[in-house]
Design a binder for this molecule. Structure first.
Ligand code: ARG
Ligand code: ZN
Length: 879
């Protein structure tokens, strides 16, 4: 919401319970795009936990028509109405409020509240969208039972949906119809949803473990019914998984997923009526890649799992967001891993999680928007749906499981639901359940919630051949003034033969013969002694990435090669390869910066290591692909004091070209060996083969000859699925080869598939040959629009976030472009604009000439009249 007053900061310490609680909510909607009338009848009662007698309702961008208190119409002097609140002072203890308001969904481009997308009505209420629909105490600790009556034109909106169960429907005679829905569970307002639309559904009856039959539906636009199978299958898998792993059952008779093309985020867990970005519902082999299929499984799981972790037990206030998000991300990660089922498949999902953390969360935690997993303050809560709250939050939950074991974690979950079902609680309540169920002291663990930044763990080792002791000395450092964290560090020791040594940890309790033990680092420095160690071992530290930290250890190349070839822990095996690559990338980058790219060299040791992993048929193709991907330009940048994006790009490209040339025969052989003929299946093994094959292609295309170009063209022409087709096209575009005709053909084939057109924009936006001028040209394309977040993100965000060498062009042209579109987007959709604004987070780390231009762009945005969302990001960046 735009205001002229400077934005206010809200503090966690200022939490007070609501003065009034709401028992029931009856909503009536007369839906019309330009003018929707909302009748809201709520019963409130004084909260014994509060000393205030004032009813405070939130309301934004809605027009109050009428207000009644216990049947009496209130006049202007009986209440106070501001831009964002309606207050009734000294209210009686029991109150029925009847509130009539009007809003204009078709004009709502913020996609928060009630809005129109492609002619249909949808809602998005988390975090504070309900107040854009009606006046209400719009805070998660106010939980009530909802009944919803929807009325709309029958021809235009044949489908009328809301939370819970359909209890009545019928015609109104005048071409309009109605539907009445009742949600049997108490819920906070952010979980309210309605849909009024012309949609069709795939549906199925599904038997729960307790024998009940439930109706599952996936609602989409008519032309998309051929893309709902995977979402439906993922939903059924999610239901089964939660029954088996956590004994949590679906508590409704009906569960609906609805796809919408205009959506700010991934999806939303509204009770019984999940609303999804089409990107996370629609897929068939022709239109969706393996990554899209995996995303659908994860997000369908995520939203379904929220039904318990988020809905049945919700957050007391928005500072506790990670209570539901960190936990639910952890659950969806475990779900995806269990769906693959193999240890190596599980490891591949874990490596992906580590990559996300390093690519996005570590930079966030080191930048101007850094915040603890449980923030202490915010200006705009929508800015805190972050990788820190979500992904680092999931790491924090994972550490409980690492410390307590799977069974211990499950006991903690059971106690959490036993204590808090139906309540709005805090992160401390979750931690207490984990501690109490396992009789453990987790007081120090609280610091993971309260202290921001990525801790650095430094390891040193010493071996005493006479006493046969091997010591690992771990120390930790957080940010200035921070207290030590409770860090689980999983460790194994490798012998010269590459095998794990059986471990005996002095003063430690672990199974006899264990080859991995979890060291608990709780002070600034600790010594851990392993006994009966016959040879100087090579330590494998932070196995399975057991904590979200940066590990420093002076590995020699020989040790890293040993780990890269032998570590039984696939995450650390991968990690050794990343360290080998990073060392070289940093050296090469420094060389480029100092002397240009004339005389760069790469050692054979590294090439040979890459060759070995590429050709090791005993390894999962998915693992080999991950092991061969070099650290991204963003991750390299995070390692440098002063970032030189051009030098990084040149160095990394040199490394790619050198690998491509040196391993050409092996890359070609693997390219052919990892074809997946026959019917497409998104399963992990097939997807892994395609990933490896397409990575081989991209290396081969790093210095394309006619033969490689041919290969790409052939793959493009003959591909039977989107994974292979888009990979071929990306390989062409990103190698700088002439791809014009192929881009044209691709566009024509998929003109009517919005999600594929997004890919078409995205692959051009991230090509290292695409500069700001080229992006502007793409924006003039008739298919481009700023109003649909998916489209804006595809083109603009992929340029600003996934094309660093062009975004940081020396002339500053891309920064000016960024400023222009932050401002333009802010007028349409502040949430999306604020995400774009964050592309400048790390501006202080760049070389002085770039830094000055970035600052100028930030300042230019700062001079505008901005939403709270963008203002918070820009102010913090410049602070
Ligand atoms: N609770 C949703 C999810 O993670 C996210 C919705 C947040 N939306 C927003 N506009 N902040 O599943
Ligand atoms: Zn979520």
């Amino acid at each position: 919401m735009r205001t002229d007053s400077s934005p206010t900061t809200i503090y966690r310490k200022d939490y007070t319970p609501p003065a009034f609680l709401v028992d029931t909510v009856e909503l009536g909607f007369d839906l019309a795009p330009a003018r929707t009338v909302v009748a809201n009848r709520i019963t409130l009662r004084q909260n014994p936990a509060s000393s205030s007698h004032d009813i405070v309702l939130h309301g934004e961008s809605i027009e109050l028509v009428q207000l009644r208190l216990n049947g009496t119409r209130l006049e202007a002097g009986d209440y106070t109405l501001t831009e964002s609140t309606l207050t009734i002072r000294k209210a009686p203890a029991d109150v029925v409020l009847e509130i009539e308001t009007v809003c204009a969904p078709v004009e709502n481009t913020t996609l928060s509240g009630l809005y129109v997308s492609n002619g249909n009505f949808f809602t998005q209420c988390e975090a504070e969208g309900f107040r854009r629909i009606t006046f209400f105490p719009d805070r998660p600790d106010v939980m009530a039972k909802y009944t919803v009556m929807l009325r709309a034109d029958k021809a235009a909106y044949p489908v009328l949906l809301s939370n819970g169960n359909l209890i009545e429907e019928g015609d109104l005679g005048d071409g309009r119809h109605y539907a009445k829905w009742e949600d049997p569970f108490k819920k906070p307002s952010y979980l309210f949803a309605l849909v009024a639309a012309k949609l069709v559904c795939q549906e199925e009856t599904f038997k729960l473990a307790d024998g009940r039959d439930v109706l599952l539906q996936v609602w989409v636009e008519e032309g998309n019914l051929d893309k709902t199978d995977y979402a439906m299958q993922s939903l059924k898998n999610s239901i089964r998984w939660d029954e088996e792993r956590f004994n949590l059952e679906l508590d409704l008779d009906r569960f609906m997923i609805v796809a919408v093309g205009d959506f700010n985020m991934g999806a939303m867990e509204n009770k019984g009526l999940n609303i999804f970005n089409t990107k996370f519902v629609l897929a068939n082999p022709r239109t969706a890649t393996d990554i899209d299929f995996a995303g659908i499984e994860a997000v369908v799981g995520h939203e379904y799992f929220h039904n318990w972790t988020g809905n049945r037990v919700t957050c007391r206030d928005w500072f506790q967001l990670s209570l539901k998000e960190g936990l639910t991300v952890f659950r969806d990660q475990e779900f995806s891993a269990d769906m693959i089922g193999t240890d190596s498949g599980r490891a591949v999902t874990r490596i992906d999680q580590v990559r996300t953390l390093r690519q996005a969360q570590f930079p966030e935690d080191a930048g101007p928007m850094a915040h603890p997993v449980r923030p202490d303050s915010f200006v705009e809560i929508n800015n805190f749906y972050t990788v820190t709250v979500y992904e680092k939050g999931a790491e924090v939950v994972r550490m409980y499981q690492t410390l307590l074991g799977r069974d211990g974690f499950r006991k903690g979950m059971d106690l959490y639901f036993e204590r808090h079902d139906g309540q709005a609680v805090t992160c401390d309540d979750f931690r207490a359940a984990m501690a109490d169920a396992n009789d453990r002291d987790l007081a120090q663990f609280e610091r993971w919630y309260s202290q921001a930044g990525t801790p650095v763990v430094t390891a040193r080792t010493r071996y005493d051949a006479v006493k046969r002791n091997f010591d690992i000395i771990l120390s930790q450092r957080g940010q200035a003034g921070q207290q030590p964290f409770h860090i689980p560090v999983a460790v194994g020791l490798l012998g010269a033969n590459g095998k794990d040594l059986p471990l005996t940890l002095e003063n430690g309790k672990h199974e006899k013969g264990a080859t991995t033990v979890v060291l608990e680092l709780t002070t600034q420095e600790q010594i851990f002694r392993f006994r009966n160690v016959d040879e100087r071992p090579i330590p494998s530290i932070l196995r399975d990435f057991s904590a979200p930290v940066i590990l420093e250890y002076d590995y020699t190349d020989a040790e890293l090669l040993h780990l890269f070839n032998h570590d039984s822990d696939p995450v650390n095996r991968w990690e050794a390869g990343q360290r080998l690559a990073m060392e070289r990338l940093l050296k090469l980058t420094a060389q480029v910066a100092a002397h240009g790219d004339g005389n760069l060299k790469l050692d054979n040791t590294f090439i040979n290591a890459m060759r070995t992993v590429l050709t090791d048929e005993t390894l999962d193709p998915a693992f080999r692909e991950l092991a061969l991907i070099l650290p991204s330009e963003t991750i390299i940048a995070e390692q440098m004091e002063v970032v030189d994006p051009q030098a990084i790009h040149t160095a990394r490209q040199f490394l790619r070209r050198t690998i491509g040339a040196a391993l050409k025969p092996e890359l070609l052989a693997q390219y052919h060996a990892n074809q997946t003929p026959g019917e497409y299946s998104p399963d992990a093994l097939s997807a892994g083969k395609r990933a490896l094959k397409n990575l081989c292609l991209s290396y081969l295309m790093a210095t394309p000859d006619m033969a490689e170009l041919k290969l790409s063209q052939q793959q493009f022409e003959s591909a039977t699925n989107m994974t292979d087709r888009s990979a071929a096209l990306v390989a062409m575009i990103h190698s700088g080869a002439e791809a014009g005709p192929y881009l044209k053909a691709f566009y024509k084939d998929f003109e009517n598939e919005a999600l594929v057109i997004d890919k078409w924009f995205a692959m051009q936006a991230s090509a290292p040959t695409t500069d700001a001028a080229a992006v502007r040209k793409l924006m003039a394309h008739p298919a481009f629009t700023l109003k649909t977040p998916n489209r804006a993100r595809a083109l603009i965000f992929n340029f600003t976030n996934a094309n660093p060498s062009q975004f940081h062009a020396a002339d500053g042209s891309a920064y000016a472009f960024w400023a222009e579109y932050v401002i333009k987007l802010d007028a349409i959709n502040p949430q999306v604009a604020a995400r774009l604004a964050r592309a400048m987070d790390r501006w202080r780390r760049y070389a002085p000439a770039l830094q000055a231009k970035m600052k100028q762009a930030l300042e230019q945005v700062a001079t505008q009249k901005l939403s709270n969302d963008v203002a918070e990001v820009i102010t913090k960046a410049l602070a």
